[in-house]
Write a protein that binds this ligand. Structure first.
Ligand SMILES: [Fe+2]
Ligand SMILES: [Fe+2]
Length: 139
């Protein structure tokens, strides 16, 4: 059984408190989703938890993109494209949720969502964390 509950750790910090707060909320929403899957809630309820993640991700990505403009972040466009891809993948997972008949499908989806969002923080958001530290943060 994959570990579905996880906690924030310093390794995930981008060094920008308001962004870290958003990412911590992501994690708690992902944990809520996975808890709803593991405790076999009704699929309509599980879907609501998934929708909460999608809504939150949309808002968070938009906020990051505003910050990129403020910082004149050189890879703003590339990062925004990746955000669009992540949202598309979340949407695909949501569409596939409807015919799910087996518990294992839900668990797979939960693991996929967790990986998608955590990987995004660790691989992509960390790139602007470096830029922010070196080029934006007042010395
Ligand atoms: Fe982020
Ligand atoms: Fe991002």
């Amino acid at each position: 059984m994959p570990t579905l509950q996880f906690a924030w750790n310093e390794e995930m910090s981008v060094g920008i408190p308001e962004v870290d707060e958003d990412h911590k909320r992501f994690i708690s929403l992902i944990n809520d989703l996975n808890r709803s899957i593991m405790s076999r809630m009704a699929s309509s309820e599980i879907k609501q938890y998934l929708q909460a993640i999608i809504d939150d991700a949309e808002k968070h990505f938009a906020k990051e993109e505003v910050l990129f403009k403020e910082w004149q972040y050189p890879d703003a466009e590339g990062h925004a494209k990746i955000h669009a891809k992540v949202l598309h993948t979340l949407d695909e997972i949501k569409k596939q949720f409807i015919p799910y008949g087996h518990d294992s499908d839900w668990v797979d989806a939960g693991v996929k969502i967790k990986k998608l969002l955590v990987d995004h923080i660790l691989k992509e958001d960390m790139k602007y964390a470096d830029y922010y530290r070196n080029s934006v943060l007042p010395k």
